[in-house]
Design a protein around this ligand. Structure first.
Ligand code: 9Z3
Length: 317
C-alpha cells in the first residue's frame, strides 16, 4: 500500500500536548547559539512507537536502546557543537548512560550518623565518575545541551519538523544526525480504536500503512543548507550498502551511516556520494570499552568542517 504525503500526515495527526513548550525551548536554543556563531548538531536517538489504541495500552515498538545517539551526543559536545538531543523517552541519555541500572548506587557509600548522615563516592569509583561528571557539568554550564523527548512516531515527526524550522537559520552550521530508529509502518489515525481492544471481539486484524518518507521534505525544504547524515539499518549484509547508496541518491544529502543490527556496535560503513568508508573496532577496542561513535563523529565533524570551508569548530557558549 502506498504511503500518504507528509503534508497529509501533519494535517491528520495533531501535535503532542507538550509541543508548544518544546518549540519554545528549541527556538530559544537555536537563536542563542546562532547569535554566537556556534554549530548545532541535532541528534535523534531511540525508537518510535506505533500505538494500537488512542488510550494506549498496547503499541508496536523496536529494539533501539539509544546507545548510538547518546554516545554520539557526547562526542559532538566534545567537538564544540551545541547539541539538541531528541530522544525516545526513557532511553539512554548522554552522560547518565554510563551509570544505567544499579551502577550509580553501587558507587556510593552511606555513612549513617543520624542527622549527620553523609553519602560519599567510593574511592575506587571517583576515577570513573569524576571525568563524566566534569563533562556533564561543563555541557550544562555552557547551555550547550537541550533534551527533547518523543514516544510515538507522530510525536517524533512533529518535533523533527519543529527542530528543523528553528535550525534553518543556522544554514550550513546545522548538522543533522538522524540515528533514531523510526518506524516505517503505522496505523492511520482513523483506524486506531479509542479504547483498549477487547479479546471478546476475536483476534484483531491490524493493517499497517507506510509512513511517508520525511527525509525528502527535510532535505529539500526544511533545512536545505544543513549537513544531513541519515542512518540505514539492515539485517542482511547484501542489502546494506546498496540500500544506503540508493537513499543517498534519492534524497541527495551528505551521508548515510550504514549498519547491521547484529554488528552495529563495532562496524559501520559511512556511505558518501563519492566513496564508502568502513569503520571497524577491533576485539581489543570493544573489550577496552571504546565507543565506535567517537570515530563516526570524528569523521563527520572533519567533513562538516571541510564543507564549511573553515578550520575547527568553535567552543559552544
Ligand atoms: C540506526 O541505524 C542506528 O544506528 C541504530 C542504533 C538504531 C541501529 P542503538 O540505539 O541502535 O544504539 O541500539 N538508526 C536508523 C534506523 C532507521 O530507522 N533507519 C531508517 C531505515 O533504515 C531510515 S531513517 O530505513
Amino acid at each position: 500500500m502506498a504511503s500518504g504525503s507528509w503534508e497529509e500526515f501533519f494535517a491528520v495527526h495533531l501535535p503532542p500536548t507538550d509541543f508548544e513548550d518544546n518549540r519554545s525551548l528549541l527556538k530559544e536554543f537555536c537563536e542563542r547559539h546562532d547569535k554566537h556563531g556556534n554549530r548545532i548538531a541535532l541528534v535523534t536517538s531511540g525508537g518510535t512507537t506505533v500505538p494500537l489504541e488512542h488510550n494506549t495500552v498496547r503499541f508496536v515498538d523496536n529494539f533501539s536502546a539509544g546507545t548510538r545517539g547518546s554516545a554520539s551526543a557526547e562526542y559532538f559536545l566534545e567537538h564544540g557543537y551545541a547539541v539538541i538531543f531528541m530522544h525516545r523517552q526513557k532511553t539512554l541519555e548522554p552522560y547518565t548512560r554510563h551509570f544505567s541500572g544499579q551502577k550509580l548506587l553501587d558507587m556510593l557509600e552511606l555513612n549513617e550518623r543520624g542527622p549527620n548522615t553523609t553519602i560519599t563516592v567510593k574511592p575506587d569509583s571517583v576515577d570513573v565518575l569524576a571525568p563524566v561528571l566534569a563533562r556533564y557539568k561543563a555541557a550544562h554550564a555552557a547551555g550547550a545541551l537541550l533534551h527533547v523527548a518523543f514516544t510515538t512516531v507522530s510525536e517524533y515527526f512533529w518535533l523533527l519538523r519543529a527542530a528543523c524550522e528553528c535550525l534553518a537559520r543556522l544554514g550550513p552550521r546545522a548538522l543533522l544526525y538522524l540515528a533514531a530508529a523510526v518506524s516505517d509502518f503505522y496505523i492511520p489515525k482513523d483506524r486506531v480504536p479509542t479504547h483498549k481492544m477487547q479479546s471478546e471481539s476475536g483476534a484483531p486484524v491490524i493493517q499497517l500503512q507506510l509512513v511517508p518518507k520525511m527525509l525528502a521534505p527535510l532535505v529539500s525544504l526544511w533545512v536545505p543548507s544543513a549537513y544531513v547524515v541519515s542512518f540505514k539499518l539492515e539485517t542482511d549484509e547484501n542489502l546494506l550498502v546498496p540500500k544506503a547508496r540508493s537513499a543517498l541518491e534519492k534524497y541527495k544529502h551528505k551521508m548515510v551511516v550504514a549498519n547491521l543490527l547484529q554488528t552495529r556496535h563495532h562496524r559501520v560503513v559511512l556511505v558518501k556520494p563519492d566513496a564508502s568508508q568502513e569503520i571497524l573496532l577491533t576485539r581489543e577496542d570493544v573489550h577496552a570499552g571504546v565507543d565506535i561513535e567517537a570515530s563516526i563523529v570524528n569523521e563527520i565533524v572533519r567533513l562538516h568542517t571541510a564543507h564549511l570551508g573553515g578550520p575547527s569548530a568553535p567552543a559552544a557558549r
